[in-house]
Design a protein around this ligand. Structure first.
Ligand code: DUC
Ligand code: ZN
Ligand code: ZN
Ligand code: ZN
Length: 486
């Protein structure tokens, strides 16, 4: 059984050209002119792009005294309707602290529900012998990235020595360390300060998490990664200070990756000063939305390549859940939505405005993600043999975003009322059409698969090689190898 996507413009991270795409079973068989298949999928007037990969989601995550409302089923379905065919979700250890058990628990929850493919990152929320040992198990189970929270003091936050130990372990294992960069000690102090001053509303959230705290933590994480000799991935980059740290590190030759969110690119801090408490609280996430200047910095980073991917950090809490913090902003569950809107909003605000080329759009929504997370070219590429995760992207199909028509379980949408000018006409996951505009029929839950991501070998090696080649001879560049007595 073959399918052919006909009459479209194939658009990749490199180039665009008129061609048909032939699919056999779950994979791409051929890209060329006048191809024939058993079934024809119409792409006339549209682009044919690799399915979006969202590198950062929190589905059904237990967090801040509640559980994120978006399920693996609703989340993967909502994503598919927006042109995203793979999510990488954050796995959190449970009460026993075991990484292995946490991954199995995520499998237990996700496997019967997912409508498209999924991968995991693992959170490191402490440090001990068991975690050290189980990090290897995680990599063997196909989880090759570990996130460290530098904020959420008393809950998820890790200390610098713990991060250093974990980063060194990542280097040994060929895994990618990631950080949530905010100085958690200072945030906790500022939160108490705000509450003492009687500032209890969502504006207190923004005041207590200034961009300087994010920049400091980004610099600190980069220093630790440099000392450990690992690459580093900084999640949800929201501000110039963190972006600047990344630019500087990259200029030194470090492999530091930065991930702005679609929300940070398009929504700003004025949302927290909205008189409607629900409106403001629905947008409370960490880090918070910033000012327009910071948005400009993030767009510039995507253009210049100092920031590489666009994610959502989709952590969906209903209005009722948000109201847990009605008297105290520190109790508002942190998170906002975007899993379904990421591509359409980025196209409308990025490509339509001329900030990004269509090729850059594909790079930051799919191809770069696949490369950085080590699943390229199985995912993120339109080449023979790749998974047929493909979107027929219609640049002339507009809609107004609304919670009455979106596919998320949320009762609101942070992009509510926005007009987007492009949408997915068809979404294919491993060759199966799982979304067609105007049909709205959900694919079989459980048809999605977990995608194991193998350990890296090349990045860490290349980094230490750079040090040997360019470090001045008299300076001991490798802090891991300081001679005794110094
Ligand atoms: N930030 C959020 O806003 N939600 C989930 C976790 C995080 O770091
Ligand atoms: Zn501390
Ligand atoms: Zn985070
Ligand atoms: Zn997150």
């Amino acid at each position: 059984m073959t399918k052919v996507i006909k009459g479209g413009t194939v658009l990749t991270a490199d180039r665009q050209w008129k061609a048909d795409v032939l699919i056999e079973g779950e994979t791409i068989k051929q890209i060329g002119e006048n191809l024939k298949g058993d079934e024809v999928i119409d792409a006339e007037g549209a682009y044919v792009i690799p399915g979006g990969i969202d590198p950062h989601t929190h589905l059904e995550m237990p967090f801040m005294g509640t559980t994120a409302a978006e399920t693996f089923e609703s989340g993967t379905w909502a994503a598919a309707t927006g042109g995203t065919t793979m999510l990488v979700d954050f796995c959190l250890p449970g009460e026993d602290g075991s990484i292995k058990n946490a991954i199995n628990e995520w499998h237990r929850k996700s496997a019967p529900q997912i409508c498209s493919d999924i991968g995991y990152h693992m959170a490191i929320t402490g440090w001990n012998e068991t975690i050290f040992t189980e990090m290897k198990d995680a990599v063997d189970m196909g989880v090759n990235s570990f996130k460290h929270f530098m904020a959420y003091k008393g809950a998820l936050m890790v200390e610098d020595d713990e991060m250093f130990a974990s980063f060194k372990r990542c280097r040994e294992l060929g895994a990618l360390p990631m950080v949530h960069a905010e100085n958690g000690d200072l945030v906790a102090d500022m939160q108490a300060d705000m509450l003492a001053k009687g500032i209890t509303g969502p504006e207190g959230h923004a005041y207590s998490r200034p961009p300087e705290f994010e920049g400091e933590a980004a610099n600190r994480a980069i220093t630790i990664a440099d000392a450990a000799g690992t690459p580093l991935y900084i999640v949800h980059v929201s501000c110039e200070q963190a972006h600047e740290a990344i630019r500087r590190a990259r200029q030194k030759g470090m492999r530091v990756y930065g991930e702005p969110l679609i929300q940070f690119l398009t929504l700003d801090e004025s949302e927290y000063f909205n008189k409607d408490w629900d409106h403001a609280a629905r947008r409370v996430m960490s880090p918070p939305f910033r000012s327009k200047d910071h948005q400009d910095s993030l767009w510039a980073g995507l253009q210049a390549g100092s920031l590489q991917v666009v994610a959502t950090d989709h952590a969906a809490f209903t209005t009722e859940q948000k109201r847990m913090g009605v008297d105290d902003f520190t109790k508002i569950p942190n998170g906002s939505n975007g899993i379904e809107e990421r591509l359409a909003v980025l196209w409308t605000k990025g490509v339509e405005t001329g900030r990004l080329t269509p090729e850059e759009f594909v790079a930051v929504t799919s191809t770069n993600v696949a490369k950085i997370l080590n699943i390229y070219p199985k995912k993120g590429a339109l080449v023979e043999g790749a998974d047929a995760d493909i979107v027929v992207w219609d640049p002339k199909l507009s809609k107004t975003i609304s919670p009455t028509t979106h596919h998320s379980v949320l009762d609101y949408n942070v992009f509510e009322g926005w007009e987007v000018t492009a949408q997915a006409r068809h979404t294919l996951s491993r060759g199966e059409v799982i979304w067609s505009w105007g049909k709205n029929s959900q694919p079989q839950p459980g048809r999605g698969r977990f995608v194991p991501r193998p350990a890296f070998s090349s990045a860490a090696k290349a980094l230490s090689q750079w040090k040997e080649l360019t470090a001045p001879k008299q300076v001991k560049r490798d802090p891991m190898n300081i001679p005794a007595g110094i």
